[in-house]
Design a protein around this ligand. Structure first.
Ligand code: HGY
Ligand code: MN
Ligand code: MN
Length: 418
């Protein structure tokens, strides 16, 4: 494994800081600088234009597809060959740090800048990409752009998704000027690579510098609508209530009991991230609640068993609390295993650089899991500090850790594009 070239750590860090200021805000409680570049908002549009500028400054040929995925292509000596692609996303949750997704996109550009610095032209062309709405936080479906690019989601279905204000993906994409002309179905690259901050505590706890990512666990998202009866908080006896808030609370507690039971495996995770009562006022029994259920499990059979149990409980608690409960599946992906060809190269590059490393499954979803449908795909993780906190302004990795991870990405890129 040729590890003779390393990325410019300072240039990569500056790139992360510059993009991190687009959509930035100061968290009142902590004073920390967070990032809010929710998918297809003006801030996302500004971030997109900034990264397209960086791609053009590197001399890349930029194309935008109909779901707003953006690709910057660097010619190879034999430009007829399928490219090696690297990428991730630059959209963020509303309370993000500056690494999630951005490290993969800016790291890809840093790899290309480093090749340019040394006058290296690879045999295969190389593409640096960012995909639309990886987070799913606004329109409810994660990995949206990469799922359309790889055929898991149809373009029209993606266009039709709406946010809580009723704005569709198509309208929002048009508003920021990123409905491209390129066919959204991607031709299979030779391979796909993604560098990402771990977003969890494992690598730092184990003192490891690099994560060789084995794959992504299963993900299942529900949006649940509970229709009870709004009533006066003071005059309505408890036995006459149909309290949607109680039902949401019982579902949330049941999720925790399911996990504590161990019946769905030691790694099962469940989260009720959104819980919106209506009318949401102190003296009115909530008549309606819209809430979300996020289930994660590395074992597909145990995930299916957990989903069956959740649906059973929905029916039970709705009957007992005399409410109407409806739900819809907004995201569903099974466990995805990454390519051993890529994993071996990531481990070899880390070893050749004397970087401690270990194999790790990803707790978070990534565009890489969609690209694995098209070609050999794999990821390089860098450790996060502060117990790997993420989807939080405290998300942090060091300039050295980021440069080490992106240099490993560069090694694997050069090996696969040779
Ligand atoms: O939710 C996830 O796992 C990813 O951050 N979209
Ligand atoms: Mn991400
Ligand atoms: Mn994320």
């Amino acid at each position: 494994m040729d590890t003779s070239l390393s990325v410019d750590a300072a240039r990569l860090w500056r790139a992360l800081e510059t993009l991190g200021e687009i959509g930035a805000y100061t968290d009142e409680r902590t004073g920390l600088r967070g990032v809010n570049r929710l998918a297809l908002t003006p801030a996302d549009g500004e971030g997109r234009r900034h990264v397209v500028e960086q791609m053009r400054a590197l001399g890349l040929a930029v194309t935008i597809d109909r779901i707003g995925n953006v690709f910057g292509r660097r010619a190879g000596l034999d430009d007829t060959l399928a490219p090696v692609m690297m990428g991730s996303h630059i959209d963020s949750v509303p309370t993000a740090g500056r690494f999630d997704g951005c490290l993969g996109v800016l790291g890809a550009l840093e790899c290309l800048a480093t090749l340019g610095d040394h006058g290296v032209v690879t045999r295969r062309p190389i593409v640096a990409a960012f995909f639309t709405d990886e987070e799913g936080a606004r329109f409810g479906t994660d990995m949206l752009g990469s799922a359309v690019a790889t055929g898991r989601l149809a373009l029209e279905d993606a266009y039709a998704l709406r946010d809580r204000q009723g704005v569709s993906v198509r309208e929002a994409l048009g508003d920021i000027g990123f409905i491209g002309e390129a066919d959204e179905r991607l031709a299979a690259p030779h391979a796909y690579l993604e560098c990402h901050i771990e977003q969890g505590p494992v690598l730092a706890a184990h003192g490891r510098e690099i994560g060789v990512v084995t794959g992504v666990q299963g993900i299942s998202w529900h949006e649940v609508t509970i229709q009870g009866k709004a009533a006066h908080a003071g005059t309505t006896p408890m036995e006459l209530r149909a309290d949607a808030g109680i039902v949401a609370a019982r579902i949330n507690l049941h999720l925790r009991e399911m996990i504590r039971s161990g019946r769905f495996g030691a790694d099962m995770r469940a989260t009720m991230g959104a819980l919106v009562p209506y009318p949401g006022l102190v003296n009115i029994v909530p008549g309606r609640v819209v809430c979300t259920v996020d289930l994660r499990n590395p074992d597909d059979a145990l995930m299916r068993a957990a989903e069956a149990e959740v649906l059973r409980f929905y029916a039970q608690v709705a009957a007992e609390e005399k409410v109407e409960l409806t739900w819809r599946q907004t995201a569903r992906t099974e466990h995805v295993a990454f390519s051993s060809v890529v994993m071996e190269r990531v481990a070899a590059a880390a070893a050749a650089r004397g970087l401690s490393h270990e194999h790790i499954i990803s707790g978070a979803g990534h565009d890489c899991q969609e690209m694995a449908r098209l070609c050999p795909a794999g990821m390089v993780f860098v450790p996060g500090l502060y117990e790997g906190i993420s989807h939080n302004p405290r998300e942090y990795s060091t300039p050295e850790a980021c440069a080490a991870g992106v240099s490993v990405l560069l090694d694997v890129l050069r090996d696969l594009a040779a």
